[in-house]
Design a binder for this molecule. Sequence first.
Ligand code: AMP
Ligand code: GLY
Length: 419
Amino acid sequence: MKKKLTIAVIGSGGREHALAWKLGRSPKVEALVLIPGNGGTEPNIGIDIADIEALKQYCLGARVDLVVVGPETPLCEGIVDAFDGTGIRVFGPHKAAARLEGSKIYSKNFMKKYGVATADFAVFGGADDPAEMIRSHKGKVVVKYDGLAAGKGVYVCSSEEEARAAVADIRAKYGENANYLIETKLQGQELSVIGITDGKSINCLLPSQDHKAALDGDKGPNTGGMGAYCPAPAATEAVLDAIDETIILPTLNGIEAEGFRYRGVIYFGIMLTETGPKLLEYNVRFGDPETEVILPSLKSDLLDLILAAFDGTLGDIEPEFSENYFVDVVLASGGYPGPYEKNKLITGIADLAADTLCFHSGTKREGEALLTSGGRVLNIVCNDKDLKTAVDTCYREIRKVSFDSMYCRKDIAHRALGE
Ligand code: AMP
Ligand code: GLY
């Protein structure tokens, strides 16, 4: 029998808590640590995840077999390249392929080169003048800074004035010579399709929807995500077939043609437009909060999928999913995504029903106490064969949990429920 594995999950959010929870259910896991983890996870190892050399030394010393990376930064900084030759498997793309997320311009050029359905765009930088593009679209454009910006580098504009202000903001923040792109603004529902790939085949998990705006009705400022649900009914068979044909297959062809040895997650952020699905962005990692619903709905062993990606045998595996809908409502600190207070006492988690999941995002332990330590604090996840019942159960369960100035969106899954 194959030896059991020691795994390190890198990151500190709800996504990483969900990854550790799901991997921890595999009979093939010997030990699992989180670096740095949060108040809901253990054991946690306190290493700065920006320090790739320190991560490598720890993993070598602790005889880690597999590293699963949650956030994009270590991947874009080359953690996979840095571990090459150590014998430790790091699940994710090398630095060159991580540009699919790390550079919006690289990513759009890749989409264009391989015929992936996406919005038309033009690239700008230095002394380039975007006035003509902005005018010709009457300001209905999306301006995107080229580099990683933690979700803050994208400006969805409705007027020429807004578009000009977006360009000015990018120049002010990232320098006069900052590179950016401008693309046509699309309309439609968004869908997250997240798959595990070995570079040839892909096994997609259930299609999900995130809720990026802070307030009900998709109002207010953008956040890291206030809730998610899966499977999203908007992803009909026909829609999924079109996504396969016009987005996923051309992407896999591109990955192969570029010679990337890609064993990891690929996330397709898609808009369902009147003229078919269009790719808004790639991420090279699991989504947050999507992971908090797509992993509970996966019946198969996640570790089997990850190991198959390394072995190049993903095409032989057919993952199994629950028949139920899964809903995640995020409990956030008052003020988030703006300034908010921390160190609030969290109560009530022990009262949650046995089949309710609670993934921590921004929590920490101090002695016996569980305290808030971030803007997004907890993810409450419920499921049912009926989506509305899953949503209602989730909101009923949430009433058991409290911390000072806690808030959440009251309308998670509204698009699917037609509310
Ligand atoms: P991105 O990081 O590129 O996915 O952009 C962040 C968000 O901006 C997306 O989730 C969409 O809500 C919005 N967005 C991006 N590109 C477009 C587009 N071409 N048309 C309309 N909205 C967009
Ligand atoms: N939920 C969006 C993301 O993870 O980028």
